[in-house]
Ligand binder design. Structure first.
Ligand code: 5AD
Ligand code: SF4
Length: 470
């Protein structure tokens, strides 16, 4: 079933703006602006939601804190894709209980994917009573109203929706970088991979209208943005259910026409929906970066079927070859999981075989985490932890070997790099990414941040490159 998307509700935005004004007036009466700190867990989708939260809080007269310890308003934007991300949140909340005793005016808010699970809400209500505001993934735009309700009532506010409403456009956003930006093109997921909680916490797939996306990117480009990252759980199925159906390939071509924009990235792609039309558009659109993130998860056909991934190892290898033929220098990256219920050593060898054959430039490797409510959590044959650790180390060895070899092959070549920042360890160095998404460090000053420069690679490290600007 498709979910139709209604037009953005301008009245609702106006209502929230009203709350923002009221809170801003309250904050202006204080001696100093209250400070906020956002702790973001999980994926780029969450990171982008945090940019919206940041925008709203600033508009309400809060100022950013450099550290959680100095903050008066702390917000955790949570993830639930794996158990360890959830455990971190509970651990931090335990610590915040003491911090709140020292600063009784402190407000603690929780939002994001983890909050969409009823068992989590129950736990917070029972064990973490010092939390003030809780909301989910569908009603982020209501933050001003929730803060106001909490101020007026002095009581905790819980507002979790089990279903999405319409897509709300035009939230104020504070970008982390001036020269690059993330743009949501769709929300939710319809795939129901058997291990994954995302469809349950982010709802059904719904796409933003292409004209809204293009207008947002035009405004970003006019504001100095050179690179955009188009975000969706499964961008390859973009546009289904829209009034005027538009494919992701068509959207890419529209974005490619935007003046001033230099680079287009996107994530995440599902192999089952990677069409020839999209591969052609990637090859033909000059601004689309030489990089495709294409999670394959596992190499064994039996496990892929159990995962409900709807492709086989052979099909994945064929796709990778097809993409490489169309875009010869493209770098392929991926997500891989080990320890899915019933996975044997033989299955893992199939996964390793895919790594060897496709030669990924980098890979996110995960240990399967049992998520209550997903079909995989009910499967028998959950693999014991020590066995999975063995699989994981074997996989990681192979991934690292391939990544290092690929980095070695870049020695002596010149790449265009978009400079992101001063290098963490050394103020005389800057860091940025090539179009194929490799991290490069080179000598340079902060004036280069946001510039596209050519860099010749002089040294290769296991996970990044070192070069010289030419
Ligand atoms: N356990 C471990 N990893 C998971 N992922 C998704 N669900 C789980 C899970 N239950 C991984 C997949 C996905 C990435 C975002 O997270 O590899 O591509
Ligand atoms: Fe992102 Fe999924 Fe984690 Fe939510 S659960 S933050 S969508 S990775």
């Amino acid at each position: 079933m498709r979910t139709s998307v209604t037009v953005p509700n301008e009245d609702e935005i106006r209502r929230q703006n009203g709350f923002m004004e009221k809170i801003k007036a309250l904050n202006a009466k204080k001696d100093t602006a209250p400070k906020f700190f956002i702790n973001t867990f999980g994926c780029q989708m969450n990171a982008h939601d945090s940019e919206k939260i940041n925008g709203m809080l600033r508009q309400m007269g809060y100022a950013p804190a450099d550290d959680e310890k100095n903050a008066d308003f702390i917000i955790y934007n949570t993830c639930c894709v794996r158990e360890n991300a959830e455990n971190k949140v509970y651990g931090n909340l335990g610590y915040l209980k003491h911090a709140k005793k020292d600063n009784p005016d402190m407000k603690i808010a929780l939002c994001g994917c983890m909050m969409q699970q009823p068992t989590v809400i129950e736990t917070i209500r029972k064990k973490y009573r010092h939390v003030d505001i809780v909301f989910g993934t569908f009603n982020l735009y209501k933050l001003p109203e929730l803060i106001m309700t909490n101020i007026e009532s002095g009581a905790p506010v819980f507002d979790i929706w089990q279903k999405h409403a319409e897509i709300v456009e035009d939230l104020p956003t504070v970008r982390k970088y001036k020269f690059k930006a993330s743009v949501n093109i769709m929300f939710g997921c319809n795939n129901f991979c058997s291990y994954c909680i995302v469809p349950y916490v982010r709802g059904r797939e719904r796409s933003r209208r292409p004209e809204d996306i293009v207008a947002e990117i035009k405004a970003l480009a006019a504001d100095g943005v050179k690179e955009v990252m188009l975000l969706g759980q499964n961008v390859n199925s973009y546009g289904r259910g829209l009034e005027k159906e538009t494919s992701f390939a068509e959207l890419l071509r529209m974005v490619n026409e935007i003046e001033g924009l230099k680079r287009i990235r996107f994530m995440t792609s599902h192999p089952k929906d990677l069409s020839d039309e999209l591969i052609k558009a990637m090859a033909e659109c000059d601004k689309v970066c030489n990089h495709l993130h294409l999670p394959f998860q596992a190499g064994s056909d039996r496990i892929l079927e159990q995962m409900n991934r709807r492709y086989t190892k052979a099909r994945y290898l064929e796709l990778a070859n097809k993409v490489r033929r169309a875009v010869p220098d493209i770098s392929l990256t991926t997500d891989i999981m080990v320890g899915f219920p019933g996975e044997t050593e033989e299955d893992v060898l199939e996964t390793i075989d895919v790594v060897k054959k496709v030669r990924f430039a980098s890979a996110f490797t995960f240990i399967y985490s049992k998520r209550t409510g997903t079909p995989a959590a009910e499967m028998e044959n959950q693999v014991p932890e020590d066995v999975v650790k063995g699989y994981f180390n074997k996989l990681l060895d192979e991934v690292n070997t391939v990544v290092y070899e690929i980095n070695q092959s870049k020695l002596g070549k010149t790449y265009e790099v978009l400079v992101d920042d001063i290098s963490g360890g050394d103020a005389d160095f800057v860091t940025g990414r090539t179009t194929d998404n490799t991290l490069v460090h080179f000598r340079g000053c902060k004036d280069l941040i946001g510039e596209l420069v050519n860099v010749k690679i002089t040294e290769s490290k296991p996970f990044y490159l070192i070069g010289e600007m030419i």
